[in-house]
Write a protein that binds this ligand. Structure first.
Ligand SMILES: [Zn+2]
Length: 255
């Protein structure tokens, strides 16, 4: 059997993006930034691709998935190492440590292994994202609207942006989807502490939550809320529940 016949069709790349907004009055809050911006073109086999609705756990915590295919959230293959690189050319002093801390939290919450491949001078922009379904390292780093399309034209309240790329493949037994790339742009023009509330660690954690497959829940008590909750320094119960369901607990993905 040829590869062509076993793999019936490769679906189009879809991307999602979302922003962290600095705390602003509720009246000025925008709708969750692009949480539902999932392209659905070339989806075959009747498998709906939708942005996940907010899911509330029995204990009242909540989370949302960025994309759902065939009833399952789109995620990385948790059985393969997720490599990542950092661009810290324009980072605050100690910035790399903040990134490593955030990555460690997401790795623990998902049960996945993240491998640091070192620093890079590549700009955290959408050109980093893979154009083929071969998995590529996640890039996270500080940049600005001049150097990265992710931050271009964004209001000053935006602290970071994430864009992910996933591929779907229709097989005889259903659609298989897997995230294959992500890029996180942190706005270097913002002045934040490294740790604590409203810190680079918190922003990086929120953005890596997007990279892992979470969207914004309608719950200001979660770190994944569209407006970064100032009092939160780390992942909350809903954030952890969502990440758990995007990780190793759900088994491997054969793509
Ligand atoms: Zn966000």
């Amino acid at each position: 059997m040829s590869l062509r016949s076993r793999v019936l069709r490769t679906l189009a790349v879809a991307t999602t993006a979302a922003a962290v907004l600095a705390p602003v009055p509720a009246s000025a809050m925008a709708a969750p930034a692009a949480a539902g911006a999932v392209e659905t073109r070339h989806v075959s086999g009747g498998h709906a691709v939708t942005a996940g609705a907010t899911i509330t756990t029995a204990t009242g915590a909540s989370y949302a998935f960025s994309a759902v295919v065939g009833g399952k959230p789109v995620r990385w293959n948790p059985c393969a190492a997720i490599h990542w690189r950092a661009n810290v050319m324009r980072a605050p002093l100690g910035g790399l440590g903040a990134l490593k801390s955030a990555v460690a939290s997401v790795a623990a919450a998902t049960g996945t292994t993240w491998v640091f491949d070192g620093t890079t001078t590549a700009a955290p922009s959408s050109s980093w994202l893979p154009t083929t379904s071969t998995q590529k390292p996640v890039l996270i780093g500080w940049t600005d609207g001049t150097s990265s399309d992710l931050l271009r034209g964004k209001p000053s309240s935006v602290l970071g942006m994430t864009r992910t790329t996933w591929f779907g493949r229709s097989t005889a037994t259903g659609t298989v989807a897997a995230t294959r790339g992500a890029v996180v742009a942190l706005d270097r023009t913002d002045r934040l502490p490294l740790r604590g509330g409203n810190s680079w660690t918190a922003v990086a954690l929120h953005e890596l939550g997007h990279a892992a497959g979470l969207a914004h829940p309608h719950d200001s008590g979660e770190l994944m809320n569209a407006v970064l909750p100032a009092s939160l320094t780390g992942l909350q119960a809903g954030d952890r529940s969502g990440l758990y369901r995007l990780g190793r607990s759900q088994g491997c993905i054969s793509f």
